[in-house]
Design a protein around this ligand. Structure first.
Ligand code: BG6
Length: 506
């Protein structure tokens, strides 16, 4: 995916000190530093950018920069550079010049004195505090940033905080975290990340929907039968067993990533592509998701867990055998849901959502299924029924959009075939290696909050999944599926009982 949202007009971001809390964690080395490298490649960073790692382990500035370089050169090579050359030494040197490190405990006030000293020495008052830490530190760090005065903005000097996911673990904890953040800074300073919004294909949903008038004509309950949103993964929980045990597929993927996709498909046109207008429309549509009763929440959700099976040709362990997972765990690694949006555009149109680990293929897609045309005129032909037709928005991999059309098969009789009109990104756009974080980091440095979640977006998401969490507390049945299958049979029945079926994956 490219990081070219505004590149043609984009100016380098202003000089800033970017503090990376959790500097030794995976996110920093796998995604944030490669993304910063790519922004530098594209001329979008100021030479005065300072990157300061903050964590409890001791390491010198030079060794910290070297460690990042080695990782990017080897493990993250596919995400950076320009294809021909992964890491250009001259470009890296420019970035590495500004890299330093603060050793400190996140809970110790003296750590924050060291950060203040870094800002004082940086030559700019602008600072971004990126919380790439375990979630238990979010409020702790933010309170200390506030108490130490580091969040006070001066004339022409901004102070911003980036909060990673998971943002809370239910409605109540998300509200408490928002309250904590808003005690020490204003909404304008808060950048709640959902990395799905950094994906070009996700940003394109709004652009394609609202720039092609054709779409608006059928984008409603007169022509759309239902919408399917799928995020299928082939990976298991890997090294994240202890995190996943307390999280599960619903919390991990639905109120954030899948609801972002739902909001992009279902929202009303914003008055402008600015942060307030876009986020206002998204909050409205997610807020219009019908809150199910306990009984309906159980009837409209399916939880699954993978047992041993295959990933490709390779045998893989079941979830309960993974590291740091309880042998009798009841955590779901798959979830399928049916939700209804109670507004004029969507009343009566079910949205089916599913996500799972260790499924047959990696495939994130939105399949919009159209109502069938009336059959009457085909009664006396070879055609015995009209197949459902879809518009598929393929988020990843094979990024693109595919439109089904029914067409006459050549020959003397009137028979039909389902054909596809397609647009693949790779056939039209130059794709440079990227992580998906480039746009998000650049937008934060330049003060554009459009692709970040506002407090009400987050809380509306949790409000819509809370009935499932509550219902499952009482009766949490988990259906088994074999690794390499597309979820449990019960996930298919969620649609077949409505006379529908999942669009096949891959
Ligand atoms: C993360 C989840 O937010 O998103 C992971 O915590 C998941 O469990 C990942 O694998 C999926 O992201 P992507 O970009 O690979 O679809």
């Amino acid at each position: 995916m490219t990081s070219s949202r505004k590149k043609s007009k984009a100016q380098p971001a202003p000089p800033t000190t970017l503090f990376l809390f959790g500097a030794h964690g995976d996110l920093v080395k796998r995604l944030l530093m490669p993304a910063l490298y790519n922004l530098n490649r594209d001329g979008l960073l100021d030479e005065g950018l300072k990157i300061v790692g903050v964590d409890h382990n001791a390491i010198s500035d030079v060794d910290f920069a070297k460690k990042l370089e080695d990782f990017i050169r080897t493990e993250a090579a596919g995400k950076v550079g320009n294809g021909a050359q992964a890491l250009d030494p001259a470009l890296w040197a420019k970035l590495a010049n500004g890299i330093s490190y603060v050793q400190g405990d996140f809970l110790d006030d003296s750590t924050y004195d060291a950060l203040a000293a870094k800002i004082a020495a940086s030559g700019t008052g602008n600072a971004v505090f990126y919380l790439a830490t375990a979630p238990r530190f979010f409020s702790e760090v933010v309170q200390r940033l506030g108490a130490s005065g580091l969040l006070v903005e001066g004339d022409n000097a901004f102070r911003r905080v980036v909060v990673e996911k998971p943002f809370g673990s239910d409605l109540h904890t998300a509200q408490a975290l928002n309250e904590c953040l808003l005690k020490v800074m204003s909404e304008k300073q808060i950048y709640r990340i959902d990395h799905y919004l950094g994906k070009e294909t996700v940003q394109n949903i709004l652009v394609s929907r609202f720039s092609n008038s054709l779409f608006e004509a059928f984008w409603n309950n007169h022509y759309i039968d239902h919408v399917q949103i799928t995020a299928a993964e082939t990976v298991g929980v890997e090294t994240r067993g202890s995190f996943y045990e307390n999280t599960g597929a619903l919390r991990d993927m639905v109120p954030n990533h899948l609801f972002q996709l739902l909001a992009m498909v279902a929202m009303e046109p914003p008055a402008a592509f600015g942060a307030d207008a876009v986020r206002g429309e998204k909050a409205k549509v997610v807020g219009a998701i019908r809150p199910w009763s306990t009984e309906d929440a159980l009837a409209n959700s399916v939880r699954g867990q993978y047992v041993a099976g295959k990933a490709g040709d390779k045998p893989v362990a079941g979830y309960r055998e993974e590291a740091n997972v309880a042998p009798d765990s009841n955590t779901e690694t798959y979830v399928a849901l049916k939700v209804m949006i109670d507004n004029w555009r969507w009343v009566g149109v079910p949205f089916y959502l599913r996500t799972g680990k260790r499924m047959s293929v990696r495939d994130t897609e939105i399949a919009i299924c159209f109502k069938p045309a009336p059959y009457a005129q085909f009664r006396d032909t070879e055609v015995d029924h009209l197949q459902p037709t879809y518009l598929r928005i393929q988020i990843q991999p094979n990024e693109g959009m595919w439109f089904d059309l029914l067409a006459k098969k050549p020959g003397p009789t009137l028979d039909m075939a389902n054909i596809e009109l397609g647009f693949a990104y790779k056939n039209f756009f130059e794709m440079q290696p990227s992580t998906g974080y480039e746009t998000l980091i650049y937008d934060c440095l330049t003060g554009d909050q459009t692709l970040f979640q506002r407090a009400d977006n987050i809380e509306n998401g949790w409000r819509a999944v809370q009935p499932f969490l509550d219902a499952w507390k009482e009766k949490a049945k988990v259906h088994i599926y074999r690794a390499g299958e597309d979820g449990p049979a019960a996930g298919d029945e969620l649609l077949t009982r409505d006379g529908r079926e999942w669009h096949s994956l891959g």
